[in-house]
Design a protein around this ligand. Structure first.
Ligand SMILES: [Zn+2]
Length: 856
């Protein structure tokens, strides 16, 4: 890899103002063209100016310096994704102006300036993060090269144009074309510039303070905007209060674009969303879908301060943006809708991060970035979810000083750029504590510990020891001697004083906590509030005691209890039987998130371990699940009285009973429920839609497949469309499954759905092999349509092949078809192949005797 300096622009040549004009007509063709005029400050004299431009043509370079205009000669450097304008004589230091013309074609892969379709209509849209502004116009495409942008766009009169700022005037541009002029932005990093051109309609306008908020959408979807508008108002008001600073841009547009790589992108003043992440029908959407929209809206809006107003200086501190926004979204939503129990969703994210972070090929939250590919790779669970868990840990440790520190940090650096130490300093001033020493280690060191919690025989002390937790014990990013400063807190269970905490700071390998005499002999759960980013390891006998008192734990702690035991059983740190012994106690849990955590472990065992057992043992496993999770009272897919949680908990039971336990009555009821749902979605409680559709598809034939196909093509909401499309990937009949895969080659299918369909195809227990063959055969076409993030998701799904032969084939394929932005993803996928194979060997030997002993 080349050194950092070699890939960076000259820091002494900086833009201050950019006038960007673009001409585009997405309803006619893919061509676009434009001009850019950049006011620069030269810190030293130079004969040439280097700036970014990639996969576009540039021409007509002119530089005005000291009142004289020079023509420039352009050299391109495709490897660096730059051009260099040579001037023939020295200019500067001081202010100069650079002008360039450019032209290009709208892309197919959801990056840069790209084309999307909705029905008959064509759209031109930007996705400039992380490093794609250079694919639209020549620019200084680094986050610290902030400039204020004045954007103008010429297009067909009938089309709407949206950008970061409000449109201040339009003027005729001949032949039915109009130029839209937008007001100048405050200083922005190039990756935050946004333009959307096409047929859009707007919701009514809501206001928070001085900011008008609108939701934009393709024609005919106005009835799906109400919830997003509410969520945006609620979030923006809370964020303004939290930061004690008004929204930094003149207006706020939330734009549901027809095709999008990410969930959403926080462009300043004009946030773009995938349709499923913004639009929903409140009558037919379920709790999960509402929470997802609210969380994504809150996440993006928190970036207006954290990320947009104050921006990381370079991509190695991407976590400053993403970890904070991920944490902040939950904080905001919990304040808006306390009854939602949204921190359970946060715990789901933490669980995913712990898993990735236990691979030998994990990376620190702070991650050195030398090139564009690494910058892209880092938009992952470590940067978002692990980082968010660390932010939460810091917030819990500092209390009120955390907000005071962040407010100060935002005020001190507004419109500028920062590195991590700027944040540590502000937090240290506010709290009087050495925040860098606590937080820095967690951010800069890869991996996390397993903390073993072991009471002494007389109950007078609890011994704590830590070591790095690695799923496969393969030497990797985390040396065995690594230690973390762990702010440990345990919860005492049983008796009148249940809920009392014991605390200690574990800095070295071991520590002891004294237990007050009146609390001795009680079970102690080893991660109160799931406040620490580590795995808590209890001995099997103590784990069983904790499980017997599980009701005294919070839902988030019960999720942690299950997930830790499952991960430790998979790694071999805990016998699988100790995990299985927890299942009967926790299967009775009324909390959907706890059941969801349990369900995913049970699904893995059912798909990967049970097929290795004899048929008697397999039947015993199903019997065990039926008695642990059943029976359900009343008609299976009829909603019981109660709130969302009661119905969601039932949905998880249905999924286990109909899926892993294959209970015939549930499957028959699912077939009826799915048929009714296809006729009229209002005939099925939305909480049960996913599970009914999934179970019916797994056992369905051509008639049902055709029904889903029709529903998908005519769906009135993005959620219904997605559900009916994804259901097709669940069929077990090879011909029908193949029809589902074929959709990925249909140019009318949004690119975002291509990857999801393939990922679901891998998850189909009888479809992984076919999906892999299909992916290889059509790689060129698929790759052209999927942006970097989407390719990574497909690679992540390949370990479902679950055989040595599959592993070899995946390794060989990506050796001959390298993906620079997914090198780490390939290595991680291969490691997960190995872990899966090792686990299945151990687990089969343990499950069979356990089933005999369990006498089911
Ligand atoms: Zn974000």
């Amino acid at each position: 890899m080349t050194s950092r300096r070699a890939t960076r622009l000259d820091p002494e040549i900086r833009p201050s103002e950019v006038d960007l004009h673009v001409r585009v007509d997405p309803e006619k063709d893919d061509a676009f063209s434009g001009t850019v005029r950049i006011a620069l400050r030269l810190g030293h004299a130079t004969r040439s100016i280097e700036l970014h431009a990639a996969e576009i043509q540039t021409s007509a370079a002119r530089v005005t310096a000291d009142g004289e205009t020079l023509r420039g000669r352009i050299d391109r450097d495709p490897a660096r994704e730059t051009i260099r304008v040579h001037l023939g004589r020295r200019i500067g230091p001081g202010p100069v102006e650079l002008e360039l013309a450019f032209r290009g074609r709208l892309r197919q892969d959801l990056r840069g300036f790209y084309r999307a379709r909705s029905g008959r209509y064509g759209y031109a849209l930007t996705q400039l993060a992380a490093t794609h502004a250079r694919r639209m116009f020549p620019c200084f495409d680094e986050p610290a090269m902030k400039a204020s942008f004045q954007v103008s766009v010429t297009t067909r009169r009938t089309l709407t144009v949206l950008a970061n700022q409000p449109c201040v005037r339009t003027e005729a541009a001949g032949r039915g074309f109009v130029t839209h002029h937008f007001s100048r932005t405050p200083p922005l990093a190039s990756y935050l510039v946004a333009v959307a051109v096409g047929r859009f309609e707007a919701s009514k306008t809501a206001h928070v303070g001085r900011t008008p908020i609108r939701v934009w959408h393709v024609p005919g979807k106005g009835h799906l905007t109400g919830f997003a508008l509410q969520a945006a108002r609620a979030s923006l008001a809370r964020l303004e209060h939290w930061f004690a600073l008004p929204h930094p841009y003149e207006k706020l547009d939330l734009v549901a674009v027809p095709d999008f790589e990410f969930g959403a992108m926080e462009n300043a003043g004009a946030v773009f969303f995938r349709e499923t992440a913004l639009l929903l029908d409140t009558k037919t959407a379920n709790a999960t879908e509402r929470r997802r929209v609210a969380e994504i809206v809150a996440h993006e809006l928190s970036h207006m301060w954290f990320g947009n107003l104050v921006t990381m200086a370079w991509w190695d501190d991407l976590w400053l943006n993403e970890s904070f926004a991920t944490w902040m979204a939950f904080h905001v939503i919990d304040d808006w809708k306390p009854a939602w129990g949204i921190w359970r969703g946060f715990q789901d994210g933490t669980a995913v991060a712990l898993r990735v972070d236990s691979l030998s090929d994990t990376h620190p939250v702070y991650c050195e970035v030398h090139d564009v590919a690494t910058a892209t790779e880092n938009f992952d669970e470590i940067t978002y979810e692990k980082g968010a868990a660390i932010v939460r840990m810091i917030e819990r440790t500092l209390g009120g000083a955390f907000r005071r520190g962040v407010r100060r940090y935002i005020r001190d650096h507004r419109e500028g750029n920062t590195v991590a130490s700027d944040l540590w300093r502000a937090l240290a001033v506010a709290s009087g504590r050495d925040v860098g020493a606590l937080a820095g280690t967690w951010i800069e060191q890869a991996g996390h510990p397993v903390v073993e919690v072991r009471p002494s025989r007389d109950g007078g002390r609890i011994g704590l020891t830590q070591r790095p937790f690695q799923a496969g014990r393969r030497p990797g990013a985390v040396p065995p001697s690594t230690r973390w400063p762990v702010p440990w807190s345990g919860r005492v269970l049983g008796g009148k004083t249940s809920g009392r905490r014991l605390g200690a700071t574990l800095t070295g390998s071991r520590a002891h906590v004294r237990v007050p005499s009146h609390l001795r002999g009680r079970p102690v759960y080893g991660n109160a509030d799931q406040g620490g980013f580590f795995r808590a390891l209890h001995r099997p006998e103590e784990l069983a005691e904790i499980a017997a008192h599980a009701r005294e734990l919070s839902p988030v702690e019960r999720m942690g209890l299950v997930d830790d035991a499952w991960a430790l059983a998979q790694s071999g740190d805990l016998p699988l039987q100790a995990f299985l012994d927890l299942v009967p106690d926790l299967a009775r849990d009324g909390d959907p998130a706890v059941l969801g955590t349990l369900a995913s472990a049970i699904q893995t065992i059912t798909q990967e371990v049970v097929p290795g057992l004899g048929s008697d043992a397999a039947e015993r496993w199903r019997c065990f699940l039926r008695s642990a999770f059943g029976p359900l009272r009343g008609e299976p897919f009829r909603a019981p009285r109660g709130n969302d949680d009661v119905r969601d908990a039932r949905a998880h039971r249905l999924a286990i009973l109909g899926g892993a336990a294959e209970e015939p009555a549930i499957l028959a009821a699912a077939a009826v429920a799915a048929r009714n749902y296809c006729i009229d979605p209002a005939r099925l409680d939305p909480a049960f839609a996913d599970v009914a559709v999934r179970l019916a598809a797994e056992h369905g034939g051509k008639v049902l497949f055709d029904r889903f196909e029709r529903v998908w093509r005519r769906a009135r909401t993005p959620q219904l469309a997605r559900r009916a499309l994804m259901a097709q990937s669940r069929f077990r009949d090879p011909a029908l499954f193949r029809r589902a895969l074929d959709h990925t080659l249909d140019p009318a299918l949004p690119s975002g759905d291509v990857a999801i369909l393939l990922v679901r195809g891998f998850a189909n227990p009888v479809g992984a092999g076919a999906t892999w063959q299909f992916t290889k055969r059509h790689w060129k076409a698929l790759r052209r349509r999927m942006g970097a993030m989407l390719v990574t998701r497909v690679i992540d799904a390949t370990p479902a092949l679950a055989t040595l032969e599959g592993r070899r084939d995946v390794a060989a394929f990506f050796r001959t078809h390298p993906v620079p932005t997914a090198e780490r993803a390939v290595r991680q996928a291969l490691e997960r192949f190995d872990l899966g194979i090792a686990f299945r060997g151990r687990a089969t030997a343990e499950l069979e005797p356990w089933l005999e002993r369990a006498q089911v």
